[in-house]
Design a binder for this molecule. Structure first.
Ligand SMILES: *Cc1c(COP(=O)(O)O)cnc(C)c1O
Length: 378
């Protein structure tokens, strides 16, 4: 099997699974209990929080563990909206966000909040000028992703952070795709809140974190016991938290190597596909994109049919986001960057990690050529 769908999820590293196992077996004590093994688990969770905080230049008390990226995103939208509603009811986001953001925004609209969904240019980047023009007196939050999951495009988050600060709005970035792939420092970016998810950086599924800058007003997500400083109740998933911290540590240790390798491999892949197959177009920004992300739209084919042919040859790829698979609607991201419905349906996303070799890519390109040819001739 050649796995080229790392934006959907990643294989957990061996060290991650090994670090987790003791907490699934003998170290099962509830961290809130009063005996030694429990206190030890509480201590380990604190260490993990410290590890995660260091990777983004934050303080330990600014990190909250969640069940993943969707939870962190929902928490930000609802928690910030509800805690700041007397300051205003306007929120700015983009048309290309993950559904965890978009659908939470739609929910808030029903409650009377007003949301502006910024469009993007054909590369998938927002306009800073338009952002500034959109900010109102009653804008409480700007939520813009750091990197897009379908087309890999990076948003100008540092400039967005500066603009948000100048206008006194909070800035949240969904960094689920960027965290672990590119360096992030929340102070440098000027982010007040940031979401990440362990399974996107070789950690376990069902675990993520939210960074909340000290002093930001946000309502608790889950009421119950006092866990996560009374903000997100529920007995901690110690094993997953340990796995996520291990994955975060490994990701930051190997980051520079992976950036170089994946950028080279991605450029090799895009270069060969464009040269050797006619009627193929890159989607997303050519340079300002995640190192391991390549995405295309292909003339005269259906993305879904192509995926089936690739799958028959042992290749796992995607037509866009995992969440839209099985849904025949064209991707909202590809529509937002200006593709027609028919063009958007011919999309292909290939997301590599450091395990993918040039040999794998060569095999993939041969199969891709054959598959496109057979679809076009059928
Ligand atoms: C995967 C993803 C999410 C959702 O994260 P989960 O941990 O799967 O809930 C949110 N935003 C982006 C950009 C993603 O890629």
């Amino acid at each position: 099997m050649i796995y080229l769908d790392n934006a959907a999820t990643t294989q957990p590293k061996k060290q991650v699974v090994e670090a987790m196992l003791p907490y699934l077996e003998e170290k099962y004590a509830n961290p809130s209990s009063m005996y030694e093994p429990a206190i030890e688990n509480q201590r380990i969770i604190g260490e993990c929080r410290q590890t995660i905080a260091r990777t983004i230049g934050a303080e330990e008390k600014e990190i909250y563990f969640t069940s993943g990226g969707s939870e962190a995103d929902n928490w930000v939208l609802k928690g910030v909206a509800h805690a700041n509603r007397e300051r205003g009811k306007h929120i700015i986001t983009t048309q290309i966000e993950h559904h965890a953001i978009l659908n939470a925004c739609h929910y808030l609209e029903e409650e009377g909040f007003q949301i502006t969904y910024l469009g993007t240019d054909q590369n998938g980047q927002i306009s800073l000028r338009e952002l500034e023009d959109t900010i109102r007196e009653d804008t409480i939050l700007i939520s813009i992703m750091a990197a897009n999951n379908e087309i890999g495009t990076l948003e100008p988050v540092r400039e967005i952070g500066r603009i948000a600060k100048e206008h006194g709005c909070l800035f949240h970035t969904d960094a689920v795709q960027m965290y672990g792939q590119l360096p992030i420092n929340v102070k440098f970016l000027g982010a007040d809140l940031m979401s990440a998810s362990a399974h996107k950086f070789s950690g376990p599924r069902g675990c993520g974190f939210l960074y909340v800058r000290e002093g930001v007003k946000i309502c608790p997500l889950i009421h119950g016991g006092g866990q996560e400083r009374h903000m997100r109740a529920g007995t901690e998933n110690t094993a997953a938290i340990v796995g996520m911290a291990e994955a975060a540590k490994l990701a930051s240790q190997t980051m520079q190597y992976r950036i170089r390798r994946e950028t080279y491999h991605r450029n090799y892949l895009i270069g060969r596909v464009l040269r050797e197959i006619s009627g193929v177009h890159v989607t997303g920004h050519r340079k300002q994109r995640l190192p391991g992300s390549a995405s295309f739209w292909i003339e005269g084919i259906e993305g879904e049919s192509l995926l089936i042919l690739l799958d028959m040859k042992g290749i796992c790829a995607s037509a866009g986001s995992a969440c839209t698979t099985g849904n025949t609607e064209a991707s909202h991201v590809l529509r937002a960057i200006g593709l027609e419905e028919e063009q958007a349906k011919g999309s292909l996303r290939v997301t590599i990690n450091e395990n993918v070799s040039i040999k794998d890519l060569d095999y993939f390109i041969e199969i891709l050529k054959e598959s496109i040819e057979s679809l076009r001739n059928s």
